[in-house]
Design a protein around this ligand. Structure first.
Ligand code: CUA
Length: 319
């Protein structure tokens, strides 16, 4: 029923398209608030119209009966809002307890670290570290650990449940049990600087078998470059200190400031959802990062056109 009622707000990044039991609980209380607030609003509008019409100025009108100091009316006006506040207070606490259970001794299934302006995802117990496109298995209860590398960011994928701040020096957690495979979008929800708006999240929920396959493939080291241009690109990459900030596992590049590029070519988008991931966009980005994403921490290197082209070929074949 609510699906139909709130059709106009469903779709990407809508809390009404809940895909986890946690998001389902949040949707329930949101609907409760909407219904209660709508009833109150309609009541106030109806009474305002009724009173305006009934007691409008008339030639013959005598002063209406005064109700000032009516104990009954005051008791009603205090007790109804109070009852609503108490009702929603307990519903809220109940919902919070349901969506944020104890972490206990559970190990996180994924560790997400927010950076200005991208998301790093590591999978404990594996060598896998990726960025922005976050793969998770559907149907499994996953504990997500949320950290920040610099300023306060905020994780929010509305279909998957609650928002959670990511605070430097603190560790926060969320539980998610994604009901079915699919792509769930979200964004950073705490202003974190110039490119806050381009800090999109893309959660790719896969069947456990597909997820295991994905994880296995990502655990492998980077493929060595095969064609001439890619080999040239790899040489420039290593020489131009790209590896001080980026990791390409299986090479000497092991920096951790920027996104891990070991399997960069297998991602759909780049720059936290800003552009499609293809050689043309990598070319644009490497030619002038500040023009593409002003404020980004990627320095501008003065490369020749040929070098940029070779670098783009190299990173794109890192599938
Ligand atoms: Cu990160 Cu806003």
């Amino acid at each position: 029923m609510t699906e139909k009622l709130f059709l106009f707000v469903s779709g990407s990044q809508s809390i009404f398209d809940s895909a986890t039991p946690q998001a389902e609980r949040i949707k329930g209380i949101t609907n409760g608030f909407i219904v209660a607030a709508s009833v109150m609003l309609l009541l106030v509008i109806a009474l305002t119209i009724y009173i305006s019409v009934k007691y409008r100025a008339k030639k013959s009108s005598a002063e209406p009966k005064q109700t000032n100091g009516s104990g009954k009316l005051e008791a009603l006006m205090v007790s109804v809002p109070l009852a609503l506040v108490i009702f929603f207070f307990f519903w809220s606490v109940n919902t919070m307890n349901a969506v944020l259970p104890e972490v206990g001794n559970n190990m996180p299934g994924i560790v997400i670290t927010a950076h200005q302006w991208w998301w790093q995802a590591s999978y404990p117990g594996t060598k896998v570290t990726t960025a922005n496109e976050i793969h998770l298995p559907a149907g499994k209860k996953i504990l997500m650990q949320l950290n920040s590398a610099d300023v306060i960011h905020d994780w929010w994928v509305p279909s998957l449940g609650g928002k959670m701040d990511m605070i430097p020096g603190r560790v926060n957690y969320l539980w998610v049990t994604i009901s079915k495979p699919g792509i769930y979008e979200g964004s950073c929800s705490e202003f974190c600087g110039l490119q806050h708006a381009w800090m999109r999240i893309r959660v790719v929920a896969q069947s456990p078998e597909d997820y295991d396959k994905w994880l296995m493939a990502r655990a492998a080291n980077a493929v060595p470059p095969a064609d001439t241009q890619a080999i040239a690109g790899a040489a420039i990459f290593m020489k131009a200190t790209c590896g001080d900030c980026h990791t390409v596992r299986g090479t000497t590049a092991n920096g951790t400031e920027g996104p891990d590029l070991t399997h960069f070519g297998s991602r759909q988008t780049m720059l936290a959802g800003m552009l499609d991931n293809n050689a043309e966009n990598v070319n644009k980005w490497l030619s002038d990062p500040q023009k593409v994403k002003p404020g980004a921490h990627m320095p501008r290197f003065i490369f020749s056109k040929e070098s940029v082209g070779a670098l783009a070929v190299y990173v794109e074949q890192l599938k």
